[in-house]
Design a binder for this molecule. Sequence first.
Ligand code: SF4
Ligand code: SF4
Length: 160
Amino acid sequence: MLTGIFSPSKCADCKLCCNFHRSSAWETPALNEAQIFLLNELCVPLEKRSDGTTSFFLNFCTDSEDEIANCPMLDPNSGCTLPREDRPFECRIWPVRVMREHSRLVIGIYQNCAALEGDAFEKLREFTLKELLPQILEYAHKNPRAVREFDTAYQIIWKS
Ligand code: SF4
Ligand code: SF4
C-alpha cells in the first residue's frame, strides 16, 4: 500500500519490521481467517497468542532475550515472500499502526522507521488520513483484539 511513498530499498536493508526479539514477539502481525488458511496450506508454523489472535510462530533457539528470530515469511535477501495482497493488514500499513490509548483509538506512525526521511513522514501522514483511515478503522472494529496498546515510539496523527 505504501511503496509509492517511500523506497522499498530502505526496507530491504533494514528489515526491522520482519524480525523480532523474544520480548517483542507479541508484535508479530495478527492473521485473518483467509491468511491462516493459506499459511496452513503452505505448512507455515503459526501460534495462537494470549490475546486470542493467531500469528506466526517464531523459531527462537535459546532463552536469551537478545536473540532475534525472523518472521517465517521473510527471505533475508529478497524480503517478504508473501504476495502483497496476502500480507497481514498490519504489515501492509506499517509504519502506520492503530492503537488504543485508554478507551480511545489512536493512529500513529513509527518514528524510528528508516524509510521516513525528508518529506516521507508528512506524505505518509497525509496519505494515511486521506486514503487509509476508513480501512484502518474498519480493521480495528472487526479485530478489536489485534489493536495494540499505545506506544510512545509512535507519533500520533489521529485520535478518535
Ligand atoms: S522500519 Fe521502516 S525502513 Fe525498516 S523495514 Fe520497516 S518500514 Fe522498512
Ligand atoms: S508477513 Fe511479510 S511483511 Fe509481515 S512480518 Fe512477515 S515477512 Fe514481514
